[in-house]
Design a protein around this ligand. Structure first.
Ligand SMILES: Nc1nc2c(ncn2[C@@H]2O[C@H](COP(=O)(O)OP(=O)(O)OP(=O)(O)O)[C@@H](O)[C@H]2O)c(=O)[nH]1
Length: 548
């Protein structure tokens, strides 16, 4: 583009240089004309002075002659200086003729001055001077004519060149304007495109940053959800939910407080199982009718004081929002998640997030309940609600290890209802079951929370009493025997009563390992049966007894 503009700008300059050359030629031509005219004029002046002197004899008439002759050398030099090489011969001819003319005039003046006036007149009359002058006139006239013609040609040329130059200058200027305009347009468009591209890049960078931020938040939430689900997988009972859930829900739903409620088995109430962000506030039970979320069967959001608010109340600020999300598992509503937040825009109440958390919680909580019921089935005797034999055996191993480690005593009490076959035979299996359940209640009531009371099989029970000496176990067994004896179970208009025989053995007095301990208690029980039933018998001391 710059090259094009430079070329266009050069065109008028080149053209004007041509015009200048023509102008110079014109000037030189004019100088030559002046020089030829000067030679002619000087000769004419000299001739006029010569004639005046010859006619009048007054020396003052010679002034023009002298001036003409005196100016000639300079005029001829000027002609020589201006002459082009091809003109030099002509100039020398003019100079020779001029000098001959001047010499002729000088001769006539000399003759006159020397008193030979007639000779001078005769010499003039001979027309030698006139011939020279005529020749000079013809020569100079021809040259001046040629110069005039050349001058007129040059004038035409220079006029045409000037017109061309003006047109060229205008054209080049217009072309330059077009080129520069185009360049400016292209530059402006490119600048606009670049600034548009920069703006787009900026917008793209901003939206990328936002997406990255959102992705990081999502990843963080996913990781927290995964950690929560992993922790919930290890939760053993619904009770533990209260410890695990707040830890994660506080982070997952950061600007909220809330609680998780689960249906009781009776499904008449929902009990609070976990809460976060509420301090130590005691949570009330919720009835299904109290909650619009449960009644509508979907998430219910209510701006406090404006929308349809639930009767189970809220603990958020007056300007806040309460969200009730039913927790569903396998098509059944198993609980309720209630959230409180300062506003609808608070972090942690995004509908998608709340729905996901409630959905995951529903599944996890239902898994916890399932595991709890499986665990119960595998560890609890369904008739009496006592631990079963397997759970007892595992507990015995664990407690004996602990007793050895802490060097504390550990006792086992075998309980066998007396003549139970007879009870069954008399009152039927149902009557027998009633007695089994009543006996179980007695046992459960008489032992500490840390003790394990289990149904060992049939009408036989076994108690594991950690940190309990043989004497203390004997006392406990005696109280149990007494309480069992006092049982009077009404059944079909009759009253069923029962007695029991109990065998007591303790570590380390009576046995070393768990099997020996059980065997010792069993033998003591056998001894109790053998010696008349309804009594407590302690195992005999080990022959190799070690002290605890
Ligand atoms: N109703 C009922 N009876 C059971 C259950 N398990 C075992 N029994 C009965 O308990 C009785 C146990 O009888 P036995 O082992 O002969 O002992 P006992 O009749 O109690 O006699 P002693 O132990 O010697 O005093 C059997 O009749 C069993 O059928 C149960 O779950 N329910």
């Amino acid at each position: 583009m710059i090259v094009i503009v430079a070329c266009l700008a050069t065109l008028p300059y080149m053209s004007s240089r041509q015009a200048n050359d023509t102008l110079d030629a014109l000037k030189t031509g004019a100088s030559k004309e002046r020089a030829y005219n000067a030679v002619l004029t000087l000769l004419k002046d000299a001739e006029t002075g010569q004639r005046g002197y010859l006619l009048g004899s007054d020396e003052s008439f010679l002034e023009p002659y002298k001036a003409g002759v005196g100016g000639m050398p300079a005029a001829l030099d000027e002609l020589r200086r201006l002459a082009a090489p091809e003109e030099r011969a002509l100039v020398e001819k003019v100079a020779a003729l001029s000098e001959a003319k001047i010499a002729e005039m000088a001769e006539t003046i000399r003759l006159k001055k020397s008193g030979q006036a007639q000779a001078a007149v005769d010499r003039v009359a001979s027309q030698r001077g006139k011939i020279l002058m005529d020749e000079l006139r013809v020569l100079l006239g021809r040259q001046l004519g040629a110069l005039a013609e050349h001058r007129s040609q040059l004038r035409e040329e220079i006029t045409a060149a000037l017109r061309y130059n003006i047109a060229l200058a205008i054209g080049a200027s217009l072309a330059c304007l077009v080129v520069i305009g185009s360049a400016l347009y292209i530059a402006a468009r490119s600048l606009r495109e670049r600034s548009d591209a920069a703006r787009q890049a900026q917008t793209l960078a901003a939206s990328n940053a936002l997406l990255a931020e959102q992705a990081a938040v999502r990843a963080e939430r996913l990781s927290l959800t995964a950690q929560m689900l992993q922790a919930l997988d290890s939760v053993k009972s619904p009770l533990e939910l209260g410890q695990v859930l707040p830890v994660f829900l506080r982070q997952l739903l950061p600007e909220t407080s809330g609680a998780v409620y689960l249906y009781r088995n009776s499904r008449d109430f929902l009990e609070p199982k976990a809460q976060w962000g509420m301090g130590d506030t005691d949570m009330d039970l919720v009835t299904p009718d109290d909650c619009w979320g449960l009644r509508l069967g979907r998430t219910h959001r209510a701006a406090n004081g404006h929308d349809l608010c639930c009767a189970h109340g809220h603990s958020g600020s007056a300007a806040g929002v309460q969200i009730c999300v039913p927790m569903i598992s396998q098509g059944e509503v198993i609980g309720l998640m209630v959230l409180h937040a300062p506003s609808q825009q608070a972090t942690g109440v995004e509908p998608e997030l709340v729905a996901t958390v409630a959905e995951q919680l529903g599944l996890a909580v239902s898994n916890v309940s399932l595991r709890e019921s499986l665990r119960q089935q595998s560890t609890v005797d369904p008739l009496t609600g006592m631990y079963n034999r397997r759970f007892f055996d595992e507990s015995l191993k664990r407690e004996l290890l602990r007793a050895r480690r802490t060097r504390t005593a550990c006792a086992v009490v075998m309980v066998d209802l007396d003549h139970f076959k007879r009870i069954n035979d008399t009152y039927g299996h149902e009557g027998g079951d009633l007695i089994l359940k009543a006996a179980a209640r007695v046992l459960l009531e008489r032992v500490r929370a840390s003790d394990i009371a289990s149904r060992y099989g049939g009408e036989e029970f076994v108690l594991l009493l950690p940190d309990c000496s043989a004497d203390a176990a004997l006392k406990c067994a005696e109280q149990i025997r007494h309480a069992l004896t006092g049982l009077a179970i009404p059944y079909l208009g009759q009253t069923i009563s029962v007695t029991a025989s109990l065998g007591v053995a303790a570590w380390p007095q009576h046995a070393d390992g768990e099997q020996e301990l059980l065997k010792a208690a069993d033998l003591a029980l056998y001894e109790a049966k053998k010696s008349g039933r309804n009594r407590v018998v302690a195992a005999p001391a080990r022959s190799d007894a070690a002290s605890a």
